[in-house]
Design a protein around this ligand. Structure first.
Ligand code: UDP
Length: 261
């Protein structure tokens, strides 16, 4: 790791120069932050879980035709990714009211929304990532109208796919946030790619039966058992296996492609 040139350090990830031009290495930290980094903690093993969970989603989304920045997982904490210019917008998709929309519109947490809602927020930590309109996006040139259309369409497709994938393992996808990046591919063609990560840090995930929160709200709301909840998501997705042969249960990573329990 120390050999590599660090390009950027964010709240939960570090980006290093990749082995080839046009690539980067994305390192998942255990650091966990909320409320614009006012609340901080190191949760042992969270980075390892998010690396695997995000890999799982990126691989499966590529299979349904969503272009992503993901190339391959390198090790427990690192992924090789395509270098992109990040669009300075967070795209949020909501199925059920939770978090900021409850505050903004006076909705009760857990109430159904009339349909899935897409929101765009300007990525600016100092301002707390404010909600912005397409008018702002166009006026300040953060993205073109075509890019906005593509981001909305891709996010709705991601939502459909993730809702199905989570429903199959007894989890309700309440909402999630994604980010996109631009690059020019090997043929000189312009591409918009899904970037960053998809993990319990960036989604709200509730157990279908009990409404138990299995995401970063456990950290935000001091509910405890944060890493255990992320582990549970990984176990249900079939990417982590609980061994119960000894008195103390241990967890082991399921190798890629082997989803047997
Ligand atoms: N989210 C995120 N990063 C952010 C803001 C939101 O990953 O900087 C995710 C969050 O985990 C949730 C969804 O986007 O799944 C909607 O978040 P919301 O706007 O309700 O904000 P919050 O209540 O988390 O401040």
């Amino acid at each position: 790791m120390s050999r590599r040139k660090q390009i950027y350090e964010g709240k939960a990830k570090i980006l290093f120069e990749g082995p080839e031009p046009g690539t980067l290495v994305q390192y998942f930290k255990d650091d966990t932050t909320a409320f614009n980094a006012q609340k901080k903690e190191v949760l042992n093993g969270k980075g390892v879980l998010n690396n695997r969970i995000s890999e799982h989603f990126m691989i499966n989304l590529e299979k349904i035709g969503i272009p992503t920045h993901f190339i391959k997982r390198i090790n427990m904490r690192e992924q090789l990714i395509k270098k992109v210019e990040i669009v300075p917008l967070e795209v949020i998709c909501r199925n059920v009211a939770a978090g900021s929309i409850c505050k903004m519109l006076g909705l009760e947490e857990g109430s159904d929304l009339p349909r899935s809602i897409i929101e765009f927020c300007y990525k600016k930590d100092e301002l707390g990532d404010p909600l912005v309109s397409e008018e702002h996006i166009a006026a300040f040139n953060w993205a073109t109208a075509d890019e906005v259309d593509d981001m909305r369409a891709m996010t709705l497709r991601i939502n459909d796919f993730l809702c199905g994938m989570f429903a199959a393992i007894g989890i309700r996808l309440i909402d999630f946030k994604v980010e996109f990046g631009r690059r020019t591919d090997e043929n000189g063609d312009f591409q918009l790619l899904l970037a960053d990560e998809i993990s319990p840090d960036s989604c709200r995930l509730w157990d279908i039966e009990t409404n138990k929160k299995l995401d970063k709200d456990r950290f935000r709301q001091d509910l405890g058992g944060v890493t255990e909840a992320y582990e549970e998501v990984a176990i249900r997705l079939g990417i982590l296996k609980k061994e119960t042969t000894s008195s103390a249960p241990t967890l082991s990573i399921v190798p890629n492609g082997d989803k047997s329990s």
